[in-house]
Design a protein around this ligand. Structure first.
Ligand code: TRP
Length: 437
């Protein structure tokens, strides 16, 4: 049963900011650009948010199989964290590189080779990326050690509004970039002929990643909600915020990329090679603007990465805190130690450990693949089956309608979706991404 020490969030605003903080992350800014417009999934977010804690499955079912599926999330969340902090470290480094002017001095019109070698040399060098990763991990550690209200909630309430302000300022600049028109039309005129079954399936994976589903984050956060929180409404708000941020990120990125005459792409090469030059090219006529845009963009990424990484951190921390009955601070120390060790291996896999392969992939790529293509959909299938079939419908309805004080219709629809649609869709996504169907 729930431990008496279970923490809670202090306000509804805090809840929304913390959950949106988890959802809005690097995924919105570098996974979204190519998968444009396909990542809104208010129904999916519910799959997880209605659960109560990593131990929820144990509380709701005595069968050993079901009581352990929460563990997939704990493991998956921890593994995602270990490579997420590596990229977050790069982002931190790039914030400093734009602050000290390096990114603007490297600019040569029409030639990205300066940025290419800067990035290549940086990620493959042993010490510098590690240093920034450690810095980032320490920030997360202190936030988590400070507690749910004083750490997670307080930070989210400051960082998320700051993130929105930066986004709006950047969108404003971007819309005035020469060539903005072309970028906007790329974003808003989707080419349906390119939409294949494969892209639909990977969009489901993108939706899950972007909304932080299935890896225990929202489940753990939801366990800190008061009983009076309307989870259907919260889930919708969080999905809307997440999708809006992704679209706004597109509004910043595409006009800059098109005005620089670069073809749109995603992944590290977009954020660390194409964009620094694109910002200079697009705003270079007023160097101060190019400088401000660049600094603000990387600051935005740091804020987004921090609140997401904190939510990933909280999953194993809460689990260890409750399972081992040790203090939160010590549980956070265990997580930090493991994260630093695995994160170091991931970081070095870009350079000195580049020859170390797991199933033909570098450690970094393998972890990303394993977590997002295997663990996430698999966990999703189990959760949908668990909530749709194993947990009694009455218990489900009670929980989603706050003890029948809210309208039952949305809860009924969600239950039906969890029972009949979600398992099939998720299984299809899983097999599709694996290339089986
Ligand atoms: N959603 C975050 C992003 O967009 C990343 C993230 C946080 C995540 N928690 C997660 C992804 C849990 C999958 C599962 O960057």
């Amino acid at each position: 049963m729930s431990s008496p020490s279970r923490a809670s969030f202090g306000s509804k605003f805090g809840i929304i900011m913390a959950a949106a903080g988890s959802a809005v992350g690097l995924g919105n800014i570098w996974r979204f650009p190519i998968e444009t417009g396909q990542n809104g999934g208010a129904a999916f977010i519910l799959i997880y948010i209605i659960a109560i804690a990593p131990h929820a499955y144990k509380k709701l079912s005595s069968h050993p199989f079901w009581s352990n599926i929460g563990f997939i999330g704990v493991l998956g969340g921890s593994l995602i964290l270990c490579y997420y902090v590596v990229v977050a470290g790069w982002v931190l480094k790039y914030m400093f590189l734009s602050l000290d002017g390096t990114l603007s001095t490297l600019f040569v019109p029409g030639d990205a080779s300066g940025y290419e070698s800067l990035f290549g040399n940086f990620v493959s060098s042993p010490w510098s990326p590690l240093l920034f990763m450690v810095l980032f991990v320490l920030m997360c550690h202190f936030a988590i050690a400070a507690g749910v209200r004083k750490g997670i909630e307080k930070l989210s309430k400051i960082f998320m509004p700051a993130l929105f302000v930066i986004l709006i300022v950047l969108v404003g600049f971007s819309l005035f970039a020469p060539g903005a028109q072309e970028g906007l039309s790329f974003l808003f005129h989707p080419d349906f002929s390119k939409l294949t079954t494969g892209s639909v399936l990977s969009a489901i994976a993108q939706a899950f990643y972007s909304l932080s589903l299935c890896m225990g984050c929202l489940c753990t956060y939801a366990s800190y909600f008061g009983k009076d929180v309307n989870i259907v409404k919260s889930a919708v708000s969080i999905s809307v915020i997440d999708t809006m941020v992704a679209i706004m990120a597109g509004l910043i990125i595409f006009p800059a990329v098109f005005s620089a005459g670069i073809s749109p792409q995603s992944g590290p090469s977009l954020a660390f090679i194409a964009l620094p030059g694109a910002f200079q090219q697009a705003f270079g006529s007023v160097p101060a603007v190019a400088y401000i845009v660049s600094v603000l963009f990387y600051a935005l990424l740091v804020l987004a990465a921090l609140t997401s990484a904190i939510s990933l951190y909280e999953v194993p921390t809460a689990y260890i805190h409750e399972t081992w009955h040790i203090r939160r601070r010590y549980a956070a120390l265990v997580v930090t130690a493991v994260c630093l060790m695995l994160g170091t291996v991931c970081s070095l896999s870009m350079g000195v450990l580049g020859d170390l392969h797991i199933f033909g992939k570098s450690v970094f790529d393998f972890l990303d693949y394993f977590c997002t293509t295997i663990m996430m959909p698999l966990s999703g299938v189990f959760i949908a089956i668990f909530l749709g079939w194993v947990v009694k419908r009455d218990i489900f309805m009670d929980d989603v309608t706050n003890g029948r004080t809210l309208r039952a219709a949305p809860a009924g629809v969600i239950h039906w979706l969890l029972r009949w649609v979600a398992p099939i869709l998720l299984l299809a996504a899983f097999l599709g991404v694996l290339g089986v169907i």
